[in-house]
Structures are given as C-alpha cells and as structure tokens.
Write a protein of this length. Structure first.
Length: 425
C-alpha cells in the first residue's frame, strides 16, 4: 500500500497587490509537490486584487476580510481555515521556485523531530519589460556551537515567511497570533516557533523575493520601502525587549526543559548570549547588566569558543552601532560592565574586535567622521595597544590603495606625455 503524500495548505495574505499576486499564485500551482489548498485572505484590498484572484477561482479559495486589519489577522484567518498537515505562508509579491515545496517537505517527512524547515532566498528585481535581475543567494550564519534560537534572536536571517514550512500542529500551539504586531510579522512568528521547536535547514533557494517600491503594512500603518529598515529596527527591538524579559536562562542555550539546572559556566554563556542579542537590537539597558551578570556568574574559567562568539557579535549589527560609537557614555558603561576581574581585558578585546569591520566599512564609504569615531571607540574599549594591533590590517589596506592610486597617477602622466609627443609630431 502506497504511503499517503503529505498534505500542504498554502495561506496567502494579501493587500492591494493586483500587480504581483498572479505570479505568486502561479508559482504555487507550478510546484513539483502538489498542495491540498491555496487560501487567499484578502485583507480589504481596494485595487483589482479580487479580480486577479478570480482568474484562479477553480484552484484558489478566496476569502475577504471585511476591513483591513493587517497581515497577522489575515494569517490567523487562514490558519483557522487550513485543513492540511503542513502550513506554507506565501507572500503576495514573491515567487517560489518550482521545487521549493519539495525541498522544504523532505526533511520534515524524513525526520519527525523538527517542527519546521527553512531554506534560502534570492532577491530579484523586474523591469518594465519583465526581465528579472537576481542578486546572489542569501547566506546563512555559521551554526557553531550556539543554538538556532539564539542565532535567530541575534538576527532574523530567515527573511521571508515563504522560506519556511511548518507543521500544522506547531502553529496550533502558538495560534492565534498577536494581531497587535503590525511590522516584523514574519520575525515574530519565527521567534515563537524557534523557541518551542527544532528547525531543519534546507541548503537550497526556496524563494525569489521581489524588491519593489510598493507600500508595506496595513492601511492604517503603511510605510514606504525607504522606511522599511527603520520600521523593522523599531519593531524588532520591541519584540526582543518583551522576549528577553520572559525567557529563562536555559532557553538561551536551546534547553527547553524547566527542570534543567545550569552550571556557572553555562549560566555565563546564557548571559553573554543575552547581552549580545540585546546589544544587536539597540537595547543597551539590557545588554550591559547581562554582561556584568555573566562575569559575576563565572569570572575565572577561560572564555570558551561559544563565549567568544557571543561577545564578538555584540557590536556586529547596524542596529544601534552608530548610537554606540558616537556615545562615550555607552562605551564607558560597557567597560564598567566588563569589570576589573581576570577576564575583563579579554572580554573587552572580544567585544571590540568587531569594530575593525566598522572601521573598514567607514573607509570604504569614505566616511572620515565614522572612521575617527570608531577608532576612538576601539581605543576606549580595548586600549591603545589593541587598537594598533587591530588597525594593522587596515593600515596595510590603505598602503595598497595608496600604491594603486600612485600607479594610476603615473599611468595617467605617461599617457598625457604620450599625447603631447603625438600632438607635437
């Protein structure tokens, strides 16, 4: 007897996407693994979205919200209607490669432990003639020894809900979703899932994410593409402030049991991780006490690779980095949190090491103000001797650029002289 194929419900929330939704629906219908149902939840569109969906009336269940309430409300409606074993939430302006669902299903059907699978995305733009230009596929952070949940709290590296396939039973545990979350909706869902369930990585592109200038968000809280990053920063910070307040320390290590007791070294790692997450979300009022508490938990054991990974990530995100490098008071607070114990210098070096990236970034951009401020920040955190050590690669690069510029100047001079000789002849 043949084994029954896994069933998949696709939920497609939409709002005013007449221009793109046909391509999104078509890409689902063209999947190598068939879906049981496609539920389009129209969140009160005022354009031709309804008419576009009507073209697929035989293949799509179209449901209209009486008023625009936001993406989360539309997803909740779809979850209440879904009947399959797996849930795939598709965005109304993106396209799924034809084997995306097949790739996402495989690890979940082969192993009952993961609650969801996730894959890579590839951004693309489409011109007026319909020609598409693709960026390189998205890269994932190296796993290392830290938990998936901890790395996800640091960064939402799964930047698209269609990159994820979830067991319906897992959604049943977290539904209904909080409809007050209007921005960072996908991140909110991923954090709730990752807190409770294991994830399976699919090392394949499972989403082509369209880049366009259309409006985002619900009607009452819409925003332009140019405002997207700032909105995400603010919303992510709100989500993480609440989450960091609720988490138990073992959860930072991927330990979900409520009966687990941490060793001092484990407690230190959990608090280092909390500090890194908070710093990357510009939550310095949480980051500094967590750093101090980590060193109070164990101030003598040598720093481990996971310790160093967390510390080196503290200043690795654009969220709040400028606020930090231009604020000596925050730098002083970090040094104070590191304390005067035997690990203080090593901790400051580890945290400050990422500043060498921002120094190089400022050089590449020609931003001398940021370059100077970041160098001074590194000096305050790590000490002048460390600053010289860390700047050595940058000094080498500057000399290379200088030599290249000198070579270009000499070549231009020779070409000019050659032109003069030829004009004289």
């Amino acid at each position: 007897m043949e084994e029954e194929a896994p069933s998949v419900s696709v939920i497609l929330p939409t709002f005013n996407r007449e221009r793109y939704i046909r391509a999104a629906i078509s890409s689902i219908l063209e999947q190598s693994s068939r879906v049981r149902e496609i539920i389009v939840v129209d969140d009160g569109s005022t354009d031709g979205t309804a008419a576009a969906c009507a073209e697929f009336a035989q293949q799509v269940r179209y449901v209209r919200q009486p008023e625009n309430r936001g993406k989360t409300a539309a997803i909740n409606r779809g979850l209440a209607l879904a009947t399959a074993d797996y849930i795939w939430i598709m965005d109304d302006d993106d396209i799924a490669p034809s084997d995306a669902l097949e790739q996402l299903l495989r690890p979940l059907t082969e192993n009952p432990k993961p609650g969801f699978s996730y894959g890579r995305l590839q951004k693309f733009t489409e011109d007026e003639r319909g020609a598409c230009a693709f960026d390189p596929p998205q890269a994932f952070p190296v796993d290392g020894e830290r938990s998936f949940f901890a790395r996800l709290m640091e960064d939402c590296f799964i930047t698209g809900q269609p990159c994820v396939l979830v067991r319906k039973a897992c959604f049943d545990e977290i539904a209904p979703l909080d409809e007050s979350v209007q921005v960072s909706v996908d991140y909110n869902i991923l954090l709730q899932l990752a807190r409770r369930y294991d994830a399976a990585c699919v090392d394949q592109v499972v989403l082509w994410q369209r880049q366009h200038l259309g409006m985002r968000g619900p009607k009452a809280n819409s925003y332009r593409e140019s405002e997207r990053v700032q909105r995400w920063m603010q919303s992510d910070a709100r989500l993480l402030r609440q989450l960091l307040r609720d988490l138990r320390l073992p959860e930072y290590l991927g330990l979900r049991s409520r009966s687990v007791r941490l060793t001092p070294l484990q407690r230190r790692q959990a608090l280092f991780q909390k500090a890194a997450i908070a710093a990357r979300k510009n939550l310095w009022d949480i980051a500094f006490p967590a750093l101090a508490d980590a060193l109070a938990a164990d101030s003598k054991s040598p720093l481990t690779p996971p310790n160093l990974a967390a510390l080196q990530n503290m200043l690795g995100c654009r969220y709040g980095i400028d606020e930090f490098i231009f604020d000596p008071a925050k730098q002083a607070a970090l040094v104070k949190a590191a304390g005067q114990g035997p690990l203080a210098t090593e901790v400051r070096y580890a945290v400050g090491s990422r500043l060498t990236y921002w120094i190089g970034d400022a050089l590449r951009r020609g931003d001398l103000r940021r370059f100077s401020a970041t160098c001074c920040t590194l000096a305050r955190i790590s000490g002048v001797s460390a600053l010289r050590l860390c700047l050595a690669p940058i000094e080498k690069r500057m000399m290379q650029l200088f030599r290249a510029t000198e070579a270009d100047r000499r070549r231009d001079d020779l070409q000019a002289e050659d032109c003069e000789v030829r004009s004289g002849a």
